[in-house]
Design a protein around this ligand. Sequence first.
Ligand code: PGA
Length: 318
Amino acid sequence: MAVVSTSLAGAGSQLSGHFSGLRKSFLKLDNSNSNSTQSFFQNVDSHLRLSSSRKGCRAVITMAGSGKFFVGGNWKCNGTKDSISKLVSDLNSATLESDVDVVVSPPFVYLDQVKNSLTERIEIAAQNCWTGKGGAFTGEISVEQLKDLGCKWVVLGHSERRHIIGENDEFIGKKAAYALSQNLGVIACIGELLEEREAGKTFDVCFQQMKAFADAVSSWDNIVVAYEPVWAIGTGKVATPEQAQEVHLAVRDWLSKNVSAEVASKTRIIYGGSVNGGNCAELAKKEDIDGFLVGGASLKGPEFATIINSVTSKKVAA
Ligand code: PGA
C-alpha cells in the first residue's frame, strides 16, 4: 500500500507555522537535536521510513506503519432495537473495500442483537469492560461475557470515560492488561483536552497515556491506538490532517523509542474526532494515519461505509 509522500521540510514548516503550542514538547523528543525540528523528522525517517527509498520509488512511499487500515464505529450510548436493526441492514448491504479491518461498538445491551444479525465481515467491540474476572461487581461486564457474545475488541480509555466517568490511567491499564490476557483486542484511546493543547502539552499528555498502557501490558500484538483529541470529539471540529499526522508521527516515534521499532511499525494508530464522509479521504492520505475511530458518523451506514472505503485514497500508483 502506498501514500503520497509528505515532504519532511514541509512538515517542519507546517509545525512552526500552525502548532507553536506543540513545539516545546516536540523538541523534547530528541535532546541530541534539540534545536532543529527538521532533524527530528529526519531521525524518525531513518527509523521508520526507509522501505520505499530502498525500493527506489521516490515520489511515493509506503504507509509509515505496516498494519492493515482499521476503522471502528463507536455507537456510544445511542440506538434502539429498531434503529440498530436498520443500521445493521445498511452495513450488511454496503460494499466495503477488502483491505480494511472493520469493527463496530454497539451499547452492551444490543451486542447480542448486532452479533446475531451483522455480517461476519465486521467485528464487534465492546465500549468498556471490567478489570478482571466477573463476580460480585454490580453493573460491570466481564471480558469473559464479552467473549461469550462474540466480541473481538474492547474500547478502553475513551475520553468520555476518562473525563466524564473519571477513569484514570491505572484503572484503564488494568482493564487493558486483563482484556489482552484473555485475547480480547484493545482499542486504546489517548488524546489531549483543548486547554492541554493550548498549553503546549499535547505530546506530554499523549505520551503519559501511552506509558500507562505500556506499563500495564506485556504485548502490543492486539492493540490499536486511537488518537482522539478531546476538543475534536463530537464537536464537528475535526483536527486538520497535519495536526493529526503530527501527533500520530510522534506517537509512533514514542513506541519506537519506548517499546520497539517493530511495535512502532506494526501498531495501527487511528484518528478519531469528528471524522465524517467529507473529511476522511484527506486524513487517510497522511502516512501515519492507519484508520479511524468514528462516533456520530458511524450511526449512518452509508457514511460509515464511505469512511471505511477511504482506504482507497491511500493507494496511488507507485
Ligand atoms: P465523533 O466521536 O466522531 O462523534 O467525534 C469519536 C469518538 O468519540 O470515538
